[in-house]
Design a protein around this ligand. Structure first.
Ligand code: BEZ
Length: 208
């Protein structure tokens, strides 16, 4: 069965471009992003891995470790890394899993046979410090992901894990947030002084 939000992210030990990695150990006490791409030496995937490599400092600022995956072997990943460097202007700076035996792809349900019975779809799993799945995304092979959106979501996940707030549509870091309905007005007065009430269920406050 597919992984659902709140499930424990399955652990595994695999070969990657940075050697053998045990997933939970690799994540340590921080956050993680596990993302699959369909195949090495393909155009959209090349741009995606380049983009993630460029954004590595942004993931690091958020205490997030990234790890990619495809069903190709390590030597293929390593040769492809040279193309990523040449065409995207950045070195591959995070591990990419070689999942030739599909062990991880199967654990995470990354192969959708009605789309393609051998290649992984573009899956994303955001995993919290408690090793629970906080977010899943699935894109088809034809559509490259928006990794700025992934950072935006991580900002929301990390904020809402710390404070009793939720983030509205299109929210970005620094903008006002919503006080969750579980917070009474008395509590809100203490926690979020000066909050604004548009409706009893829709109360805004500055980002804590
Ligand atoms: C791509 O990355 O461009 C791609 C990969 C697999 C199938 C189709 C496109």
């Amino acid at each position: 069965m597919a992984l659902r939000l709140g499930d424990t992210a399955p652990d595994f030990t695999v070969d990657t471009t940075e050697g053998r990695i045990s997933f939970h150990q690799y994540l340590g006490n921080g956050w993680g992003v596990l993302f699959s791409h369909p195949k090495d030496f393909t155009p959209v995937c090349t741009t995606e891995l380049g983009r993630v490599a460029k954004l590595k400092p942004e993931f690091e600022k958020r205490n997030v470790k990234v790890i990619g995956l495809s069903v190709d072997p390590v030597d293929s990943h390593s040769k492809w890394a040279a193309d990523i460097h040449e065409t995207q202007g950045v070195k591959l700076n995070f591990p990419v899993i070689a999942d030739a035996d599909r062990k991880v792809s199967d654990l995470y349900d990354m192969i959708h046979p009605n789309a393609n019975d051998t290649l992984t779809v573009r899956s994303v799993f955001v995993i919290g410090p408690d090793k629970k799945v906080k977010l899943t995304l699935t894109y088809p092979a034809s559509t490259g992901r928006n990794f700025d959106e992934l950072l935006r979501v991580i900002d929301s996940l990390q904020l809402t894990a710390q404070h009793r707030v939720a983030t509205p549509a299109d929210w970005k870091r620094g903008e006002d947030v919503i006080i969750t309905t579980a917070v009474t007005n008395d509590e809100a007065n203490k926690l979020f002084p000066g909050f604004k009430t548009l409706k009893p269920y829709l109360r805004y406050t500055k980002q804590p």
